[in-house]
Design a protein around this ligand. Structure first.
Ligand code: GDP
Length: 432
């Protein structure tokens, strides 16, 4: 759903406005500097359109000063939102801090709405036009507290919201989509047949769903899963020679159609370049990942020894992925696949609230500060999760971070919040 970010300095009435937008009459949270609210994203609906409202004001630094704080909020909003609302107190007018936010938002490539709050009656409306000076277009007068003008504001908001749903969006309540991929002869067809065996029902088409006929619906561990692009696998169609290119195209389209990729490797053979390419395709597409070591029935003590070393050497970049050792032939441990897939999807969809994230990063940096360069150490001012599926994080800093330090943050993020089985994107925005 489209995301609306609400930005503004303390006490302009952000929380009251957020409550008004989401149509909930919950206790209004005082905008006290330094107060960290742990929940900042809310589901909302207006005229049948659903959207998410994000209150970026949950974090107020003590040291950096108001102007820097609001600039960081605005940066975060530009990184995360489809529409940005800058809330200003119409009775006070535009302050230096409001202007600092506006300067950042001038660069926004997304619609920005200036909300002139605390316009409780017609008399206060005369103050509103002064807010044109922010250079962000027409200011919209509202009284978040009394609801005056909030319907009009929601209409304006809807008009500015993007209408196309993201291609990645999951069908509501549809089955989770899994891509079974791997180079030829690793055992993909055998695994699919093994999974579809016995009482695990395969359905080719289910009334009312949009399951593609090339997909298979398979029930595993009490849940129906959609294995994408499996028509060829089911029929055990063997392609002619010279088809590596086509195999790679098939892998690409399968991982793109799926939420999670199960990459099969042949445990009896060395991990090859072609295996690596399949893994890269899944990771680069930003999909959750499970590595299945198939043909485990062929692994003896000797092979095990070498395989462990190959894994250390060849799969270093995906130590975060779960590994399951299975045999499609004997059925060994195939029941471990569904729980592994679930864990990977959970990490892929996890969202850490901004307040929690900033408390965490402050503590982490205090315990292990960035190395000092030329007498100074860059500081992390603000951290936010800009997206999920896969998780994307943005670090706003006072200077360039060492790549090694960014990797350290990512590693600890995984350890402390458990992003098992999902790639993570980290972006650093340095303000020099
Ligand atoms: P695909 O090309 O990835 O679909 O691979 P297939 O499923 O056609 O399997 C290739 C070959 O490996 C076939 O001869 C299978 O019988 C064999 N195979 C698949 N899984 C296993 C397994 O777990 N153990 C053993 N020993 N052989 C397997």
């Amino acid at each position: 759903t489209p995301v609306v970010a609400v930005v503004g300095r303390p006490n302009v009435g952000k929380s009251t406005l957020v409550n008004r937008l989401i149509g909930r009459r919950q206790a209004v949270v005082e905008d006290t500097p330094g107060v960290t609210r742990d929940r900042i994203a809310y589901d909302a609906q207006w005229n049948g359109r659903r959207f998410t409202v994000v209150d970026t004001g949950g974090w107020e630094p003590d040291a950096e000063g108001r102007a820097a704080a609001i600039a960081a909020q605005a940066e975060a909003a530009m990184a995360t939102a489809d529409v940005i609302m800058l809330v200003v107190d119409a009775l006070v007018g535009a302050t230096d801090v409001d202007e600092a936010a506006a300067r950042v938002l001038h660069r926004a490539k997304k619609p920005v709405i200036v909300v002139a709050n605390k316009v409780d009656d017609a008399r206060a409306e005369s103050d509103v036009s002064a807010l044109w000076s922010l250079g962000l277009g027409e200011p919209f007068p509202v009284s978040a507290l009394h609801g005056r003008g909030s319907g009009d504001l929601l209409d304006v908001l809807l008009a500015k919201m993007p209408t196309m749903p993201s291609a990645d969006q999951r069908l509501e309540n549809g089955p989770r989509r899994v891509a079974l991929v791997g180079r030829p002869n690793v055992g993909k067809s055998s695994l699919l047949n093994q999974l579809a065996k016995e009482d695990r029902v395969v359905v080719d088409s289910v009334a009312g769903t949009t399951v593609d006929p090339v997909d298979s619906l398979i029930e595993l561990d009490g849940e129906t899963w959609q294995f994408v692009d499996t028509a060829g696998l089911r029929k055990r169609v063997k392609q002619a020679s010279g088809t590596e290119y086509y195999a790679s195209l098939r892998t690409q389209s399968a991982v793109e159609a799926a939420e999670v990729a199960v990459v099969l490797l042949d445990s009896s053979e060395p991990i090859s370049e072609q295996d690596q390419r399949v893994i890269s395709q899944a990771v680069d597409a930003g999909r959750a990942l499970v590595i299945a070591f198939n043909k485990w029935d062929l692994v003896d003590e000797d092979r095990r020894y070498y395989l462990d070393r190959e894994i250390d050497r060849e799969l270093k970049r995906i130590t975060w992925a779960q590994r399951v050792n299975i045999s499609a032939m004997t059925g060994r441990a195939v029941t471990k696949l569904a729980p592994a897939i679930r864990t990977a999807l959970a990490g892929w969809e996890q969202r850490v609230p901004t307040g929690e994230l900033n408390q965490w990063i402050s503590a982490l940096i205090a315990a292990r500060p960035h190395p000092v360069r030329a007498g100074k150490a860059p500081r992390v001012l603000f951290m936010t999760q800009a997206g999920i599926r896969p998780p994307k994080f943005v670090l706003f800093t006072s200077g360039r971070l060492d790549p090694q330090y960014v990797r350290f943050i990512e590693r600890r993020l995984r350890e402390d919040f458990g992003f098992t089985g999902s790639p993570i994107a980290m972006t650093v925005k340095a303000r020099e």
